[in-house]
Design a protein around this ligand. Structure first.
Ligand SMILES: Cc1ncc(COP(=O)(O)O)c(C=O)c1O
Length: 388
């Protein structure tokens, strides 16, 4: 630390120089992120309420009330207006909480959780932290292979996990089928709709033929849904919703020292931003169903356009027809790692999976970004402007 502080101007200059190294959304090069430019209104609301620490909820009874509204609005979107839950830091915290609560509620010895090998890696963290055995099932055509569930269930099984909007391809697991099996064995389901939660209901409302994934299915115990992904809220903003309040009670603890006199919320973090709640509430109200439908529809139209362009390129294999605004492709001629490196060398931020590269068509991606990407990809496949 400097002995004396330095001037604001010097600091700002230094920040602008050093942060120019960061990739930004306007560059048109970020095709690999499930987050996006936060909505301007939510950004300004967030910055107006930076001081709020929801880790001491008794101090923030107004914010707590806004949180109840958020859970009711999101719960209604997910077919259960009476859901309980919290606005949290993101999909990882929500997924860990879901497994934490399932473990505490079940009280089974040596608890096991059944999931697809394509489920998000936050479940590995949860398994490790919570001492859960993860029973991992290989996918069938990039989705949960429900035909393998019955054999995987044991007397130790406490939960199974379905994903609505998978990390690698944005696909929806056969959660309806999982729900039928799980009802037979009385094993609840956690649905990770971290990405798909703010997409599927709005595409369905516009007539897309997508399967049910939410609380409409009786076995669904909890759902993760992230406002900071397709909800366009500032980071950090995730949400976890439980069908029953008692699931939340299993991870709530009392403490004496909080100055507001209420017990802490049943989340993992202590001190945490109340501004997330305030900005999510504001954005949900500003956007309304129409706003989110428009956003999901416009991302989907661009994804369909990109799909069409990719399928027209000789030597490009598209992994599956996109269900939402996520698309996987590979080259029939070049190894995935080589293609990935060449695109990175051209400045592109694109996620690499063992079977493909993933593009996410978030609200910050424009038609001209897509055109430039296609042009670059064609060049890279032909090995023009080769750098390795
Ligand atoms: C399906 C899914 N679940 C959970 C997460 C984790 O979310 P976060 O990065 O907000 O912790 C992601 C992240 O991309 C995801 O794709």
């Amino acid at each position: 630390m400097n002995v004396k502080g330095i001037s604001r101007n010097r600091i700002l200059n230094s920040l602008s120089r050093r942060l120019s190294e960061d990739l930004n959304f306007e560059s048109g090069k970020i095709f690999g992120s499930m987050c996006t430019e936060p909505h301007n209104f939510a950004r300004s609301v967030y910055s107006a309420y930076l001081e709020k620490n929801i880790g001491d909820p008794g101090l923030l009874r107004g914010t707590l009330d806004l949180e109840r509204d958020c859970i009711r609005i999101i719960g209604t979107l997910l077919s259960h207006s009476k859901a309980s839950g919290h606005i949290v830091s993101g999909g990882t915290e929500a997924n860990v909480m879901a497994l934490w609560s399932a473990r505490n509620e079940s009280r089974k010895e040596k608890p096991e959780v059944i999931l697809s090998s394509l489920a998000h890696h936050s479940f590995k963290k949860a398994g490790d932290l919570l001492g859960l055995r993860l029973v991992v099932i290989p996918p069938d055509k990039h989705r949960f292979d429900a035909s393998k569930i019955s054999n995987a269930i044991t007397s130790h099984t406490i939960l199974m996990i379905g994903t609505a909007g998978s990390t690698d391809l944005g696909l929806i697991d056969p959660i309806q089928e999982m729900s039928e099996i799980s009802s037979r064995f009385q094993i609840p389901i956690h649905v990770d709709a971290s990405f798909g939660g703010f997409v599927i209901p709005f595409l369905k409302a516009r007539g897309s033929d997508l399967p049910d994934f939410d609380f409409r299915l009786k076995a669904v115990r909890s759902i993760t849904i992230d406002p900071h992904k397709m909800g366009m809220a500032p980071i950090p903003s995730g949400a976890l919703l439980f069908r029953n309040r008692r699931a939340l009670d299993t991870i709530s603890y009392d403490t004496d020292y909080l100055s507001g006199g209420l017990k802490p919320r049943g989340t993992i973090l202590g001190t945490s931003p109340g501004a997330s709640i305030v900005s999510v509430w504001s954005l949900l109200n500003l956007m309304g169903q129409e706003g989110y439908k428009k956003t999901a529809r416009s991302c989907m139209r661009l994804t369909e356009y990109l799909y069409q362009r990719l399928t027209g390129i000789d030597g490009v294999v598209v992994i599956s027809k996109p269900e939402m605004n996520v698309l996987g492709f590979r080259s029939s001629r070049i190894k995935i790692s080589v293609l990935s490196r060449r695109l990175r060398n051209k400045g592109y931020a694109i996620s690499t999976f063992p079977t493909h590269l993933r593009l996410v068509i978030m609200p910050h991606v424009t038609r001209s970004h897509v055109e430039l990407f296609i042009e670059t990809l064609v060049g890279v496949l032909a090995n023009k402007g080769r750098s390795n």
